[in-house]
Design a protein around this ligand. Structure first.
Ligand code: CUA
Length: 342
């Protein structure tokens, strides 16, 4: 793309001075490219498709900036072309008063107006209350999710009620990461020595994509999560169920799966409420209900889960889970057992 746009740069600059140019000026296509990129508003991580009040404020500010600064860009480029075409003449073709007005007064006015609009948006982003608190801790490379006072621990998936202001206490257990749910609001760094706060509200039930936006080495690109917004009564039911330890498996196949979990080393790193207490990897008490595996790396299905257990290093290199050598029947039983935890 860049080669296409800038490949004819020499000809472009010569062409501007010479009036007769057979090539369209590639630089002038840039605003069109940006406009087309900006039109892609329906992706799962598009902040231009807001689903909450904070994201609506941010999207509205973005569009104002896009149109104002886009116009400034077009006018500036037009003046540049005019200046280049008049370079052999003496002095400015438009006069010094014009240079002062267009070069100093108007830009200053635009910047002041945009500053005021931005400060207004920042004011509107302040929370007016707190309906729920969720603590999120980032690890290398996944998110631990805790609901203080409710006895619920989860990983890489956050459940919230629709229409509630949720306060996120964000923290890192290691290096700096960053927390962002584009459709719901702005991003916030997750720091090792400090708890950052972020307030988000989802206005519609749904599953929203979240991601780490601070480069944290290795598989930073595979560090994501899902935020599930429920109707308030559904969320209350979910929170109550999630606080209970999973029932003892009744079927022999699931019992075998739990035995494999305990004897194959899984229990040393992972917690399942009432079963094991490992803390190196994500809590698996609700693994069967999650939308993704490996912190947003892939869809949670039986096949993917089996592949992940067998060799997650091939899927997400550098994560802390070693390759396992579990016999096929045991692996099936283990997957069935984990899949039953929801
Ligand atoms: Cu964590 Cu990037």
């Amino acid at each position: 793309m860049m080669i296409t746009l800038f490949g004819n740069r020499k000809k472009l600059i010569r062409g501007i001075g010479e009036k007769k140019s057979g090539h369209p000026p590639g630089l002038l296509l840039l605003p069109v490219v940006f406009a087309l990129v900006g039109c892609a508003t329906d992706g799962p991580r598009s902040f231009l498709d807001p689903a909450g009040p904070a994201a609506e404020q941010i999207a509205s500010l973005w569009w104002k900036m896009f149109w104002v600064y886009g116009l400034v860009f077009v006018v500036t480029m037009a003046l540049l072309i005019l200046a280049l075409s008049a370079r052999r003449r003496e002095g400015s073709p438009l006069g010094n008063r014009f240079v002062f007005t267009a070069g100093v007064a108007i830009p200053a006015l635009i910047l002041i107006v945009m500053l005021v609009i931005t400060l207004q948006v920042m004011g509107n982003l302040r929370p007016t209350g707190e309906d729920l608190r969720v603590k999120v801790t980032s690890h290398h490379w996944w998110f631990e999710v805790e609901y203080p006072g409710h006895g619920v621990l989860d990983a890489n998936e956050i459940h919230v009620p629709v229409g509630s202001q949720v306060r996120f206490d964000l923290h890192s257990a290691g290096i700096v990461h960053s927390f962002w749910v584009p459709k719901l609001g702005g991003k916030r760094d997750m720091l090792p020595d400090y708890y950052n706060e972020l307030y988000l509200q989802a206005d519609k039930p749904g599953v929203y994509h979240g991601t780490c936006t601070e480069y944290c080495a290795g598989v930073h690109a595979l560090m994501g999560f899902r935020l599930v917004a429920h109707e308030p009564q559904d969320f209350a039911g979910w929170l109550e169920d999630a606080a209970e330890p999973p029932p003892d498996p009744a079927e022999p196949g699931l019992q075998r799966g739990r035995e494999v979990f305990m004897s194959s080393g899984c229990a040393g790193c992972h917690t399942i409420k009432g079963v094991s207490g490992g803390t190196i990897g994500p809590d698996l008490t609700l693994i069967g209900a999650r939308h993704t595996l490996g912190a947003g790396t892939m869809e949670n299905s039986r096949g993917n889960l089996a592949g992940w257990i067998a060799n997650s290093q091939a899927i997400k290199p550098g994560n802390k889970m070693p390759r396992s050598y579990i016999e096929a029947n045991d692996l099936h039983a283990l997957v069935d057992y984990l899949w039953s935890l929801k």
